[in-house]
Design a protein around this ligand. Structure first.
Ligand code: PFF
Length: 448
């Protein structure tokens, strides 16, 4: 059977950057940076991105392209009959968990889109936004309905396949997002009192950083770059043999980091200008941003556009998340793409409902002191993704061998890869040790 694949370099970049850029950048990065004191956290985050994330990304792409198969099949092709294929199984499982809560937040975004379009959002006084948002997410019917819609749209695009679904939509949507964020950043930094926000973002104060913060920075580096659960491995399997993977890795990483910082520049100056609190957690963009829009000319219009674009950024990420189990089940069990997609979408919806209800009827149900939503987010982002990244690096560094990986990365020696030596060294030593130390340290296994 002929495998589907990406049609052009721009298409690959848009789809991979579309996967990386999402709620992680615009919703999560600002709020966890805010909770962990700002600049110091961001510095640690950047180190995790470039020192650990980027090499893991290249490793995922090369395994996928070498294996030309799904998360599990690629490990099997590269190293037949070895237990390493369970790294792929872990990735498939993680996709279910992340989608279960990711679709909750994406659902809130869609609810905001509908409110923005009907004009209900712009007419609310900034002081009442908190209550408005609280009301929305504590409901039982509406948030679940929006979650369903998010999963439905995702499944619809995934059924259309890579070229006609994932690639086509990503190519149009990503550039528009960038443009709008730039407009908003300009508005935000020109507000009176914006400077304090920039200082919060760029002037580190290490006393506000904890071990937990460092784990969150690492976990978020994986989450934001879509690493550790074989998403980019799966996308890598759709990339042609003559594409340059090292430069693709750099471009995806830079695009993702730029958008996260830009989101910070949109949000924190405004937070400080309006005397809001930077550590208000997950509701930061739902309360702060509408406050900003309220004060700007044509704010209502920008507001609609903004939430639509975050909605789109979320969808280009959910499709990449769904592609991992869909590719796995269709290829390994020889099933139809359509049937598999529908079935998985239904399962994800069912396991996702408790996350959505975590702010309403199920808010008192906690496990280890966390509600379902937080538990799914914490387990997937801070534990499973780093473990996935660890396994992928160990596989490349010590099992398949960095020489083989570099041969694939350089298209059998046809292209130059200046940092190949550094990539090999970092993959074998720095990445595994870095991930293990952070995991042990922050879970309390090693005491400072
Ligand atoms: N990178 C996405 C974001 O920042 O929103 C989330 C994500 C997508 C995580 C795909 C993991 C993944 F495999």
């Amino acid at each position: 059977m002929n495998r589907d694949g990406f049609g052009s370099r721009l298409g690959i970049l848009a789809a991979a950057a579309g996967s990386a850029i999402g709620l992680g950048n615009i919703w999560k990065f600002p709020y966890i940076a805010g909770e962990n004191g700002g600049a110091a956290f961001i510095l640690v985050y950047l180190i995790c991105i470039f020192l650990i994330g980027m090499p893991v990304m290249l490793s995922e792409l090369v395994i996928g392209r070498k294996g030309q198969s799904n998360a599990v099949g690629s490990f099997e092709k590269v190293k037949p009959n070895s237990p390493w294929k369970f790294t792929g199984v872990l990735g498939v499982g993680t996709a279910f968990i992340i989608l279960s809560f990711y679709s909750t937040i994406a659902g809130w975004i869609f609810a905001y889109i509908s409110r923005a379009i009907t004009g209900k959002l712009t007419t609310i006084n900034p002081g009442e936004l908190e209550g408005f948002f609280g009301n929305l997410i504590s409901g039982s019917f509406e948030p679940v309905l929006w979650q369903f819609i998010v999963i439905f749209i995702t499944a619809f695009i995934v059924i259309s396949g890579i070229k006609k679904g994932v690639e086509k939509y990503s190519k149009i949507l990503m550039p528009v997002l960038l443009l709008l964020l730039i407009v908003l950043a300009i508005r935000s930094v020109t507000l009176e009192g914006a400077y304090a926000g920039l200082e919060f973002l760029f002037k580190p104060d290490f006393s506000s950083l904890s071990a937990k913060g460092v784990l969150e920075a690492l976990g978020h580096a994986f989450f934001s770059l879509s690493l550790g659960m074989c998403t980019l491995l799966t996308y890598g399997s759709y990339v042609k043999k003559n594409e340059k993977l090292p430069s693709l890795t750099l471009q995806i990483t830079l695009a993702d980091t730029f958008i996260a910082l830009l989101a910070g520049i949109v949000i924190f100056p405004a937070v400080f200008a309006y005397g809001l609190s930077p550590d208000s957690g997950p509701n930061l963009i739902f309360i702060t941003l509408p406050t900003v829009f309220h004060s700007m000319p044509f704010g209502g219009f920008f507001e609609i556009l903004f939430f639509i674009l975050i909605g789109i950024a979320a969808i280009t990420s959910t499709i990449s998340l769904l592609e991992v189990p869909v590719a796995f089940f269709t290829e390994e069990f020889n099933l139809s793409r359509k049937k598999v997609t529908v079935l998985i979408a239904v399962i994800i919806f069912i396991i996702g409902v408790p996350s959505t209800l975590s702010y309403g009827v199920m808010k008192d149900m906690t496990i280890f002191g966390k509600n379902f939503f937080d538990l799914a987010d914490f387990t997937a982002s801070n534990i499973l993704l780093p473990i996935g990244g660890l396994l992928i690096s160990l596989f490349v560094g010590w099992v398949w061998g960095t020489r083989n990986a570099i041969r694939e990365a350089t298209n059998e020696g046809k292209i130059r890869f200046l940092l190949s030596g550094a990539y090999g060294f970092v993959t074998r030593f720095i990445v595994p040790i870095g991930i293990l130390v952070i995991l042990f340290y922050s879970t309390g296994i090693i005491k400072p």
